[in-house]
Design a binder for this molecule. Structure first.
Ligand code: ZN
Length: 200
């Protein structure tokens, strides 16, 4: 099944000042497109073009760096567009997920501090996450295209801390971008859907 670039789930200017249309045009139309195109070529070369995306991500980790980087970034970005929404962020969290954040992550304020610290201290490119592992939520950070899937966990929420995600709008101020992501961009409904699926 070939990888395909989906449309953004909102207009390019829908995230306002928090993530500009210019950023989304580059990030979605150029960067994500390149992961799709390169991923398809490398999956074909590896004889894996008939496999599912999660399967390719897990199978190529540690064995085929080129394919892994592109397939994992395709997976990460497919979710990333949905992890943001206009008028998102803040504490309007669906009940069950909120309860798990309280019990497993020490509550919203501690989640926010730990999630932002994970993103800010990821040296170079990477991601910070809420992931579900062994039935519990945890905060993770990963380099480059790596994600919780290859660490036996399921991504619930992720923030892209590659410079291509924030440099146009925030220059080098990664912590400001992370704060805007948490306060104003997170699509908690989507995170909650993934949480319900992972809990089932
Ligand atoms: Zn990205």
């Amino acid at each position: 099944m070939a990888f395909e670039l989906p449309e953004l789930p909102y207009a390019y200017d829908a995230l306002g000042e928090f993530m500009s249309a210019e950023t989304l045009e580059y990030h979605h139309d150029k960067h994500h497109q390149a992961y799709v195109d390169n991923g398809n070529k490398l999956a074909e070369a590896a004889g894996m073009s008939g496999n599912g995306l999660e399967e390719i991500v897990k199978a190529s980790f540690g064995t085929n760096a080129g394919l892994f980087n592109n397939a994992a970034q395709h997976y990460n970005h497919l979710h990333f567009w949905h992890w943001m929404a206009p008028n998102g962020g803040g504490t309007k969290i669906p009940g069950k997920l909120e309860a798990a954040i309280n019990s497993d992550l020490g509550g919203y304020d501690k989640f926010k501090a730990d999630f932002m610290a994970a993103g800010a201290t990821q040296f170079g490119s990477g991601w910070c996450w809420i992931a579900m592992k062994d039935g519990k939520l945890e905060i993770m950070k990963t380099p480059n295209g790596e994600n919780p899937l290859v660490h036996g966990a399921t991504p619930i929420l992720g923030c892209d801390v590659w410079e291509h995600s924030y440099y146009i709008d925030y220059r080098n101020a990664r912590p400001k971008y992370l704060e805007a992501f948490v306060d104003s961009l997170i699509n908690w409904e989507y995170a909650s859907e993934l949480f319900e699926k992972a809990s089932a």
